[in-house]
Design a protein around this ligand. Structure first.
Ligand code: 8OZ
Length: 367
């Protein structure tokens, strides 16, 4: 019988188990450059079947928070290479999450202190984090400007270049396109944030166009077997909403089914919050069915608030991988603890974003 500890082939990656470390923003990369402490943090967690890095900006325009890493400069790529080398030495697998925040940014973080970019010039009722004198400060996101249609091919190219650099230069096993949580690609998908009148707004097909062009470009350069995608159909994160998410996401998944992706990663409910959203109903089983019927063979990864019992139930019902977030913050040896049914350390919320060793690399592993 399949358990959390049964190996699985996911695209080009052979995973030792089905326990995935979810992408977790930790704001410990000053100047967007990965640090030696990050080598230790990821390597401590390398027994996960797959590590997904924290969201990592594909360009400065894609940056929305202080001290989050990037993937567009030589020093950033060199920093990541040390991390992937160390994780591989520990027999781990690691993909990088490709991130463009769109409107969830602040002029302080943008090139020439310009406005962040978005599908439409609609501000998010959302906060971002700036780090001032080492202390995280929550500030309102800035009013964005609408991207011009002729800027979009360059944006697709930026994703593609980041994916290629991630695999060829930084040594990642693959990439995860971040299309969730109210960031740029999710802003395009959902009609609360996309009011464009060109080929990238209006109909479901049009709103999904940028996402699908990005994923096609990424798979063209690194292969579907090294590409995953993260979606959050109903999350309120980043102030996004869609008036009819079921047909929107069924369309997206049917189209993704043709691209031979390694995996599809679904956040169920509100990111990091309630799994049930009574005012935002969605049928996840129907989404998965739409993907499978359209020929999608990628692993189906589920996320949000899972414990061991829930994860085993998900596998028994045909999901393939389970991503754990907060449990991995506090338990570097989460895989062993789940296998041995031992107690878990409790994550300390006050050290999630920013800081150093404390609450990052100092959670104890079992003896
Ligand atoms: C928490 C804080 C900042 C960013 C996401 C990248 O939700 C994030 C994020 C999470 O996907």
């Amino acid at each position: 019988m399949t358990s959390l500890f049964t190996p699985i082939q996911v695209g080009d990656m052979n995973l030792a188990n089905r326990i995935v470390m979810a992408p977790l923003t930790r704001n410990r990369a000053p100047d967007a450059i990965p640090t030696p402490l990050m080598i230790e943090y990821y390597t401590q967690r390398a027994t996960a079947g797959l590590l997904i890095t924290e969201a990592t900006a594909i360009s400065q325009q894609g940056q929305g928070y202080s001290d989050v890493p990037g993937l567009y400069g030589t020093e950033q790529l060199d920093g990541w290479k040390k991390i992937t080398d160390s994780v591989h030495k520990a027999n781990g697998k690691i993909v990088v999450q490709l991130w463009h925040v769109g409107r969830i940014s602040h002029t302080d973080l943008q090139p020439d202190n310009g406005a962040p970019v978005a599908p439409s010039a609609i501000a998010a009722k959302a906060k971002t984090v700036l780090i001032k004198d080492g202390v995280p400060v929550f500030v309102d996101t800035s009013v964005p400007r609408a991207l011009k249609t002729d800027e979009l091919p360059g944006l697709v190219h930026t994703y593609q270049a980041a994916a290629r650099n991630a695999v060829e230069t930084a040594g990642f096993d693959g990439v995860e396109v971040h299309a969730a949580n109210g960031y740029l690609l999710d802003q395009f998908l959902k009609n609360g944030s996309n009011q464009r009148t060109d080929d990238f707004g209006g109909s479901i097909e049009n709103r999904a166009r940028l996402l699908l062009e990005v994923v096609r470009a990424v798979t063209d350069s690194v292969g579907g077997g090294r590409t995953g995608i993260r979606l959050s159909p109903v999350t309120p994160a980043g102030d996004v909403h869609d008036t009819d998410p079921q047909p929107l996401f069924e369309y997206v998944l049917r189209e993704l089914a043709t691209l031979n992706l390694a995996y599809v990663h679904i956040i169920e409910g509100a990111t990091g919050g309630p799994r049930e959203m009574p005012d935002r109903p969605i049928d996840y089983a129907a989404l998965k069915r739409a993907y499978r019927i359209a020929g999608g063979k990628g692993a189906w990864m589920v996320n949000n608030g899972y414990d061991k019992a829930m994860a085993e139930k998900a596998l028994a019902e045909g999901d393939d991988l389970v991503a754990f977030g907060r449990p991995f913050i506090a338990n570097p040896d989460l895989v062993r603890r789940l296998r041995e049914d031992t107690a878990l350390n409790t994550p300390d919320q006050s050290t999630f974003y920013g800081g150093g060793v404390k609450g990052y690399t100092d959670y104890p592993a079992l003896a």
